[in-house]
Design a protein around this ligand. Structure first.
Ligand code: SAM
Ligand code: SF4
Ligand code: F3S
Length: 442
C-alpha cells in the first residue's frame, strides 16, 4: 500500500532539485507525494543554512508540525539539507520529534535509512560526504520531472571558501557529474516534456569532467531538439572562461541573462571576503559579453554591510550597479555564519545596514522598472509554463526570466509564443498573445 510523504523545501534551486530526486527515490519504497500535511505518513523538511536564524527556523517549523499532529499518529520526521549537515546529531538530541537527519551527500541512502528506522525505531544521523555514491545511485533512478522549466544538477560543492559562506562546509568539496550522465538525464527530461533546462551547481561554471567543461555541455544539450532554452546558475566570476563567454556568440538556445554574483563593488571588501576576483575582472567579463551580444543582461547577488564596509566601499557598490544596470538581482545584509572565517567579525550597526540595503534595493528596482517600461507595446518571446494560480491567464517567462502573465489557451503551455507587452510592475510583465506576425520581436 502506498504511504504519503509531504516535503517542505527551503533555500536554493539545488534544494528544489534534491527534493524532487528524493521523491523519485522514495517511490521505490512506495511513498507517494502529498500536498496535504495532515495525511502525511512522512514529513520531510529540506533545509537551508545560508542566512539569519536558519537553525531556529527549522525548529520552529518542526514545532508547528508537531502541534498539528498532537491528536494523531506521529509521522516519520526527516530533516535533510544544509542545516541537517551542519547540525547533524545535535538535532536528534534537541528535538525528539525528529527521527532521521540526512545530509545532502547521503540522499542515496534515504530508502535504506527509512527502512532501518521503521524496523528498529532507532534515531539515525547520516551526514557523511559521499557525493560519488550519491550520483551513481541517482543516475539509475529516472528523473520524472515534467515541468516546462526544470533544474538539472551538474556540479555540487565549493572549494572557494568565501569568508562569509557556509556552503563549502555543508555541501563539501567541488564535484562534477560525468558529461554522459548529464546528457542522459537531459534526454530523459526532454522525453518527459521539459522545454527549458537550468543547469545547477554551487559553482556551475567550475564544471569539469575530463576534457569537458560547461561550454561543451551547453552545446551538447543544445542538440536535443525538444529543449528550447538553456540557462545555468550560479556562476563565479573567477570561472568565467573565454570559451564559456564565446558560447554566447555560438549558441542559439543559451538565454541572454547571466546571473553572476559580485557581492560588492569595492576591491577592499572583495579581498576581505576572499572572493578571488576584483571589480576590474568583473567589468572585463561584462564588456566581453556585451561585445559578443549587446542584448545580454546581468543579474547578481550583493552582500551589504560586510564587516569593514565603509561609506566609500558602499558607494563603489552603488557605482557598479549604475554602470552594469543589473536586473533581477538579490541583496542581503551580511549574516554571520557559524564555522566561517567571518563568524566573529565586528558587525556594522543595524540602522546603517538597513539604510544601505534600502538604497541598494531601490537602485536595483529602478533598473528593473526601467527595463520593463521600455518593453511597452513591444513583442517578446515567452516560454509558457502554466496557468496562473487562479487559472484565468497563462504564466510564462521572458528570455530574461521575467514573469509574464497574458491571455492565452491551454495549448500554448510548453510553447514559445510572441506576447505584446501592455503593462508592467517591478516583477511582472502583462500582455496579450500577438497574432499579427509582421511586427518584429524585441
Ligand atoms: N556560489 C555563489 C557565488 O559564488 O556567489 C553563491 C551561492 S550562495 C548559495 C547565494 C548567495 O547568498 C551568495 O551569492 C551571497 O550573496 C549570499 N550569502 C551567502 N552567505 C551569506 C551570508 N553569510 N550573509 C548574507 N548573504 C550571504
Ligand atoms: Fe559560497 Fe563563495 Fe562558494 Fe559561492 S563561491 S558557494 S559564495 S564559498
Ligand atoms: Fe542554502 Fe545550502 Fe542552498 S545553505 S542556499 S540550501 S546550498
Amino acid at each position: 500500500m502506498n504511504r504519503k510523504i509531504f516535503i517542505k523545501t527551503f533555500g536554493c534551486q539545488m534544494n528544489e532539485y534534491d527534493s524532487n530526486r528524493i521523491l523519485d527515490t522514495v517511490k521505490k519504497i512506495e511513498f507517494i507525494k502529498t500536498e496535504k500535511l495532515e495525511e502525511a505518513n512522512c514529513y520531510l523538511l529540506n533545509t537551508c543554512h545560508i542566512r539569519d536564524k536558519a537553525k531556529e527556523k527549522v525548529y520552529h517549523e518542526i514545532g508547528r508540525v508537531k502541534k498539528s499532529f498532537r491528536l494523531k499518529k506521529k509521522p516519520l520526521v526527516i530533516v535533510t539539507g544544509c542545516v541537517a549537515q551542519a547540525e547533524n546529531d545535535e538535532m536528534l538530541k534537541r528535538e525528539p520529534f525528529i527521527d532521521l537527519v540526512i545530509g545532502p551527500q547521503s540522499y542515496h541512502k534515504i530508502n535504506e535509512k527509512i527502512k532501518q528506522f521503521l524496523d528498529r525505531q532507532k534515531k539515525i544521523d547520516e551526514t557523511e560526504f559521499d557525493t560519488i555514491s550519491k550520483f551513481n545511485f541517482l543516475n539509475k533512478i529516472k528523473n520524472t520531472s515534467n515541468k516546462v522549466s526544470t533544474f538539472l544538477t551538474i556540479q555540487e560543492g565549493c572549494d572557494k571558501f568565501c569568508h562569509f559562506c557556509v556552503v563549502p562546509y555543508t555541501r563539501g568539496p567541488e564535484y562534477s557529474r560525468t558529461f554522459r550522465e548529464i546528457i542522459n538525464e537531459a534526454k530523459v527530461l526532454a522525453e518527459n516534456g521539459v522545454k527549458e533546462i537550468i543547469l545547477l551547481g554551487q559553482n556551475v561554471n567550475a564544471y569539469n569532467d575530463k576534457n569537458y567543461n560547461l561550454s561543451n555541455l551547453i552545446l551538447e544539450i543544445e542538440k536535443i531538439p525538444q529543449i528550447k532554452r538553456i540557462r545555468y546558475t550560479t556562476s563565479h566570476p573567477k570561472d568565467m572562461t573565454d570559451d564559456l563567454i564565446k558560447v554566447y556568440g555560438i549558441s542559439k538556445k543559451l538565454m541572454p541573462l547571466i546571473h553572476l554574483p559580485v557581492q560588492s563593488g569595492s576591491d577592499k571588501i572583495l579581498k576581505l571576503m576572499n572572493r578571488k576576483h576584483s571589480v576590474k575582472d568583473y567589468i572585463k567579463i561584462y564588456e566581453k559579453l556585451k561585445k559578443i551580444n549587446s542584448a545580454i543582461e546581468f543579474s547578481s547577488d550583493f552582500i551589504i554591510s560586510y564587516p569593514g564596509e565603509e561609506v566609500e566601499d558602499f558607494d563603489h557598490t552603488v557605482e557598479l550597479i549604475e554602470k552594469i544596470k543589473f536586473i533581477n538581482s538579490y541583496s542581503f545584509i551580511f549574516s554571520p555564519r557559524p564555522g566561517t572565517v567571518a563568524e566573529n567579525l565586528k558587525l556594522i550597526d543595524k540602522k546603517t545596514s538597513m539604510e544601505r540595503l534600502t538604497k541598494i534595493q531601490n537602485k536595483l528596482s529602478e533598473n528593473q522598472i526601467e527595463m520593463h517600461k521600455s518593453l511597452k507595446n513591444k513583442i517578446i518571446n515567452v516560454l509558457v509554463e502554466n496557468f496562473t494560480e487562479d487559472k484565468t491567464k497563462l504564466f510564462g517567462r521572458s528570455e530574461y526570466m521575467t514573469s509574464v502573465v497574458f491571455d492565452g489557451k491551454k495549448d500554448d503551455i510548453g510553447k514559445i509564443v510572441p506576447v505584446k507587452i501592455l503593462q508592467s510592475n517591478r516583477s511582472t510583465l502583462f500582455g496579450e498573445k500577438h497574432i499579427n506576425s509582421n511586427q518584429k520581436v524585441a
